[in-house]
Design a protein around this ligand. Structure first.
Ligand code: FRU
Length: 503
């Protein structure tokens, strides 16, 4: 094993994407073309903490093995390069193609800080395109969706409080990460970001959704360049959607066999006690101009764990495949990793199906099949010799699976009375961040949508664990930093258990 230079040891995962070095957060510009998945990502090449954002770039054919490519987008006079999306403009609707080559078109936020940090910041949407999928040309007349003149003020607006996003840079100075009772909306600051371009059978043109503070705005365009606002969703006075700034939306369309249904994905910058960085999905319908939630539908966690944020899906892929940032703004900058900081979640295929609890997204990791190096039955107290493995469990009642290290650190997963429990409180190092050690970042639980027999997959990858129960109607992801690798698995209450060595 490679030993680290700064952290306790090398925590770099092998199935989860990481940058060659330095800081990474959100996945951006996910697009599939000619058998190749493109992953762009929020990247700060200058340090292992968040800083002036660029778009890093990597490509893969199986969503596990990635080839790093040169940085795709650098900051310019309109600002640094925040999150956004990319589409394959096969019909050259943009007219940006040349010599028979249709372009990849990226639409992204540019974040421009005021002259003095406290004067606020402005966020515009810009466009860049590529004919070879590697080199990008910025559109000359950027921005394509300029920042609104004034932050929208609601008459009933009460100051919301973001407990942990730092005072001067608000959402982005992650290392500072201290509690401050600052209003969520800063004077002069305009949250207007993270455009996701989508295709919909309902709209005749391109659709785009972005987040504007605590609500979403929808746009249409015939050519990806000229955008007209078509509708809004939110804001809300009560409930989880009223508790923080919205980020990184995505709109998915499913043909369920019982008609077309839509799902809006939103990432929420919540206070720590509510889990910090968390993503929800909402069932509803999109009519070509705006999204409306179905009556009585509450937002549902896309992932019930700690570390899956800003997830969006690939354009132009046959399936809905989502990748998220396997991190949380509340502590990720402080995690004990070495020359890199941040990883993506595994790619997950999303399907919308009916359960006894209603329609739910089912999520399943993609691409692991080709990584299985060994497969065997698993028994209670079996020894594990790898840091990259999966276990597949079946049962019909309560169950507990725990991974333990010789030093007594334990990561446990339990099914009990129809609930799934995930406990990382003693799974490894927690001392690097006060937040990480708090109860609300130590334990999570989720109610099952089904009763009776269950199947659960647990993927472990050095410092990342992802749990999928009942077809992925419950997914839970978390990072852990065991001082030494786990070497033993204890199992209680499973009717069948298999172990897979990966990579
Ligand atoms: C989400 C986010 C986005 C923003 C980006 C900046 O994690 O805060 O809203 O575009 O990260 O890196």
């Amino acid at each position: 094993m490679l030993m680290s230079t700064h952290g306790i040891r090398d925590f770099r995962p092998r199935l989860h994407f990481t940058a060659p070095s330095m800081w990474l957060n959100d996945p951006n510009g996910l697009v599939y073309k000619d058998g190749v998945y493109h992953l762009f990502y929020q990247y700060h090449p200058g340090s292992t903490d968040w800083g002036p954002m660029h778009w890093g770039h990597a490509v893969s054919r199986d969503l596990i093995r990635w080839t790093h490519l040169p940085i795709a987008l650098y900051p310019d006079s309109l600002g640094t390069i925040f999150s956004g999306s990319a589409v394959w403009d096969a019909d050259n609707t943009s007219g940006l193609g040349a010599m028979g080559q249709a372009p990849l078109v990226a639409v992204y936020t540019q974040d421009l800080q005021g002259p003095a940090r406290r004067v606020g910041r402005k966020q515009h949407q810009s466009l860049a395109y590529s004919l070879d999928g590697i080199n990008f040309i910025k559109y000359q007349e950027n921005p394509v969706i300029p920042c609104p003149d004034k932050p929208r003020k609601r008459e009933d607006e009460e100051p919301l409080f973001d407990e942990s996003r730092p005072a001067d840079l608000r959402s982005f100075d992650t290392a500072a990460n201290k509690s401050s009772k600052e209003p969520l909306f800063q004077p002069g600051q305009i949250d207007f970001r993270d455009p996701k371009v989508f295709r919909s059978s309902t709209g005749k043109s391109w659709g785009l959704v972005l987040c504007s503070g605590d609500y979403a705005e929808f746009f249409n365009s015939p050519d990806l360049i000229h955008w007209t606002k078509s509708g809004e969703f939110g804001p809300f006075k009560d409930g989880i959607l009223s508790k923080g700034v919205w980020e990184c939306p995505d709109l998915l369309e499913f043909d369920t066999g019982e008609g077309i249904r839509h799902v809006l994905i939103l990432s929420l910058a919540l206070p720590s006690e509510l889990g910090g960085s968390r993503t929800v999905y909402i069932l509803g319908s999109y009519d070509g101009s705006a999204f409306r939630a179905d009556p009585d539908e509450e937002p549902i966690w896309l992932d019930w764990g700690f570390d899956n944020y800003a997830g969006v899906t690939f354009d132009n892929a046959d399936d809905k495949i989502l990748i998220g940032w396997a991190g949380n703004w509340k502590y990720s900058a402080l995690t004990p990793t070495t020359d890199y900081c941040g990883a993506m979640t595994l790619a997950r295929k999303l399907e919308l199906k009916k359960t006894p609890a209603g329609w739910r997204l089912f999520s399943a990791p993609v691409g692991l099949g080709s990584c299985i190096r060994g497969l065997r039955n698993l028994r209670n107290q079996d020894v594990i010799t790898s840091e990259v493995f999966g276990i597949a469990l079946d049962g019909d009642g309560d169950c507990r699976a725990a991974f333990a290290s010789p030093a007594g650190q334990t990561l446990s997963v339990e099914i009990k009375d129809g609930m799934l429990y995930f406990d990382r409180s003693n799974a490894g190092d927690t001392g690097f961040s006060e937040e990480f050690a708090q109860d609300y970042f130590s334990r999570r639980s989720a109610p099952r949508c089904f009763s009776g027999p269950w199947h659960m997959d647990i993927i472990f990858d050095v410092s990342h664990v992802e749990i999928f129960l009942d077809g992925g109607t419950i997914a839970m992801s978390g990072t852990v930093y065991p001082d030494t690798p786990y070497t033993r698995i204890s199992l209680e209450g499973c009717t069948n258990a298999r172990y897979m060595d990966f990579i």
